[in-house]
Design a protein around this ligand. Structure first.
Ligand code: GLU
Length: 353
C-alpha cells in the first residue's frame, strides 16, 4: 500500500478497474479522488491497491489582483453569507471550501469590475440551513446600513436551499429605494457546469438597474443564455439539483437578464429605484413554528408548541387550507394564547381573495 497524502496524484485499482486522480480529504477506510473530468469518486480501500504517481507540490498562493475604483460606475456592496456560491476549490486536492470574500469573487469573476465598484462584507460563512431569525436581522441591518451610507445596490451571496426564506424575510424587513439582490449557485465553481459566474454577473446587472427592492437572480433555463429576476416574496426553490431550480410561484418573474448582452428585459411591473424611502423593520419573533398537516396527524403537536411558549404557528393545511376535524378544538384552545395562521400545501393558488 502506497504512502500518500491529500493532493498527491495516485493510481487506484479496484475490481480490475483503474482510476487516476488527486487525493481529496477522505475518511480512513476510503480514498476520494478528483478525476481529470472534474468529478469525484470515493473508493473503499478494501481490496484496493493505491500507487503513488506524484507527490503534491506546495499549495499555490491564490493570485491577488488589484481592483481600482473606476470613476462613474455605481457602488455595489456584496454581503457574503456562505453557501455553494461562496465555495472555492483547492486545485491541489480538489476540496471545496467556503472562503469567498468580495475580493475573492472579483478575482474569480473579473468581468464584474466593468459593471460596478464593489465593497464587501463577510457577514457569515455558513450553510443556509444554519441561519435563523437573528441571521435575517443582521442581514437586514447590514443592508440598511450600506444603503444609508450610499450603496447603489446590494448583492447578498447565499446558500440556495433556504434562499427563498431569507428573500421573503428581507422583503418584509426592509423597504429599499435600491436593488437588494440575493444570488446563489446550484453547482460549485470546480464543476464545468457551475452557474456561479453567470448568476453573479446577472445579479450585478440587476443590482445596478432600476429594479428596487428584494429580488432573487438565478439561472433561467438549461443553457447559459439568461437569468430570471424573481420577486423576493414569490420565489421558491423547486428542484434539488437543476440550475433552473428557482421559479416565481403564482406570478411571472419581474424580468430576465440576457447573459451576454447584459441587458434586462422587463416582464412585469416592479418598484423603481428611488420610489421608496429606506425603512427598516427588524423585529422578529423566533418562537414561531411551521407545521405541515398530513392525513391522520394527531393535533397534540399544537399542545407541544403551546407548552414550549411558542408565540405563533403557521399551519400548512391541505387545499384551500384544511386540517382534520380533530384539530378544530385544539386550534381553538391554543389560539387563545398564540397566533395561528393557515397556509396551503399547494404550490399554486391562493387561500383567500
Ligand atoms: N445546503 C447549502 C446551503 O443552502 C449548500 C447548497 C447551496 O448553496 O446551494 O447553504
Amino acid at each position: 500500500m502506497a504512502d500518500y497524502n491529500e493532493g498527491d496524484l495516485v493510481r487506484v485499482v479496484k475490481n480490475g478497474k483503474e482510476y487516476r486522480g488527486i487525493v481529496m480529504p477522505s475518511r480512513s477506510d476510503k480514498v476520494v479522488l478528483k478525476l481529470k473530468n472534474g468529478y469525484n469518486v470515493g473508493l473503499s480501500l478494501d481490496g484496493t491497491t493505491v500507487e503513488l504517481l506524484e507527490r503534491a507540490s506546495a499549495p499555490p498562493k491564490p493570485a491577488r489582483r488589484e481592483h481600482p475604483h473606476k470613476k462613474g460606475l455605481p457602488n455595489v456592496t456584496i454581503l457574503s453569507t456562505g453557501g455553494t456560491i461562496a465555495s472555492r476549490v483547492d486545485y491541489r486536492t480538489g476540496a471545496v471550501s467556503s472562503q469567498f470574500t468580495a475580493d475573492d469573487i472579483l478575482d474569480a469573476i473579473p468581468e464584474l469590475t466593468d459593471i460596478a465598484n464593489f465593497n464587501g462584507k463577510v457577514l457569515s460563512m455558513i450553510f443556509s440551513e444554519d441561519m435563523d431569525a437573528s441571521t435575517w436581522q443582521n442581514l437586514a441591518r447590514a443592508c440598511h446600513e450600506e444603503i444609508k451610507n450610499g450603496a447603489d445596490g446590494i448583492i447578498v451571496t447565499h446558500g440556495t436551499d433556504t434562499m427563498s426564506y431569507t428573500a421573503a424575510a428581507l422583503s418584509f424587513m426592509i423597504r429599499s429605494p435600491v436593488p437588494i439582490v440575493l444570488v446563489g449557485a446550484q453547482r460549485s465553481s470546480d464543476r464545468p457546469s457551475s452557474d456561479n459566474a453567470m448568476n453573479m454577473l446577472c445579479a450585478a446587472t440587476v443590482a445596478t438597474s432600476d429594479i428596487a427592492g428584494v429580488t432573487v437572480v438565478m439561472h433561467g433555463e438549461t443553457s447559459d443564455d439568461f437569468c430570471y429576476v424573481h420577486r423576493g416574496t414569490k420565489v421558491r426553490k423547486l428542484h434539488t439539483s437543476m440550475r433552473t431550480a428557482f421559479q416565481s410561484v403564482n406570478v411571472p418573474p419581474i424580468a430576465r437578464v440576457d447573459y451576454s448582452a447584459r441587458n434586462i428585459i422587463k416582464i412585469t411591473d416592479h418598484v423603481k429605484r428611488g420610489e421608496n424611502e429606506l425603512l427598516l423593520r427588524d423585529k422578529m419573533e423566533p418562537r414561531c413554528a411551521l407545521v405541515k398537516f398530513y392525513p391522520g396527524m394527531p393535533p397534540d403537536i399544537i399542545e407541544y408548541y403551546r407548552g414550549k411558549g411558542y408565540r405563533g404557528l403557521v399551519l400548512e393545511g391541505t387545499g384551500l387550507g384544511h386540517v382534520g376535524t380533530a384539530w378544530i378544538p385544539a386550534v381553538g384552545k391554543a389560539a387563545k394564547e398564540m397566533v395561528i395562521v393557515m397556509a396551503s400545501q399547494c404550490i399554486n393558488g391562493r387561500i383567500c381573495d
